[in-house]
Design a protein around this ligand. Structure first.
Ligand code: RTP
Ligand code: MG
Length: 144
């Protein structure tokens, strides 16, 4: 199986609104292979750890509060040019600025309840995939 990896989370409000099936269908139709997947609720400390790069920013507390407020669906995806193509598929952080047809434009409510996460680099994708998945759960060998 060729290509790079990216890590996504379908965020709490999109799960609550029953958008998981539609969003996963969009992801697969865009050519991504799902290599690992799970539904979990992040304790606050884990959400803080996942988004550690944003610690100290004004939106950090709200982000952590929201991300730990209900179940999320985490998935490891694979495709050529996965990181950049996935960020294009999901659209801008603020759904009001996201392009027509993007997942955030369709399923997000606001900048916090923005439906979905996508890794911002190949390095982040590897770190985030290890955050959620053990080697036994991954049907893909993440390079050392
Ligand atoms: P994500 O990491 O969740 O995929 O989102 P992103 O790359 O598009 O945006 P990022 O800069 O990494 O920010 C992480 C999440 O923090 C919230 N945020 N709020 N109020 C604000 O100015 C603000 N900026 C960022 C968003 O929920 C964003 O998804
Ligand atoms: Mg980000």
């Amino acid at each position: 199986m060729k290509g790079q990896i990216t890590l996504t989370m379908i965020k709490p409000y999109a799960v609550k609104r029953h958008h998981v099936g539609d969003i996963l269908a969009e992801i697969e139709h865009a050519g991504f292979s799902i290599r690992a997947m799970k539904m979990v609720q992040l304790p606050k400390e884990k959400a803080e750890l996942f988004y550690a790069e944003h610690k100290g920013k004004p939106f950090f507390a709200a982000l952590v509060e929201f991300m730990s407020s209900g179940p999320i669906v985490a998935a490891l995806l694979q495709k050529e040019n996965a990181v950049a193509d996935f960020r294009k598929l999901i659209g801008s952080t603020d759904p009001h600025e996201a392009e027509e047809g993007t997942i955030r434009r369709k399923y997000a409510t606001d900048k916090t309840r923005n439906a979905i996460h996508g890794s911002d680099s190949d390095e982040s994708a590897i770190r985030e995939s290890r955050f959620f998945f053990s080697s036994m759960e991954e049907f893909f060998c993440v390079p050392e």
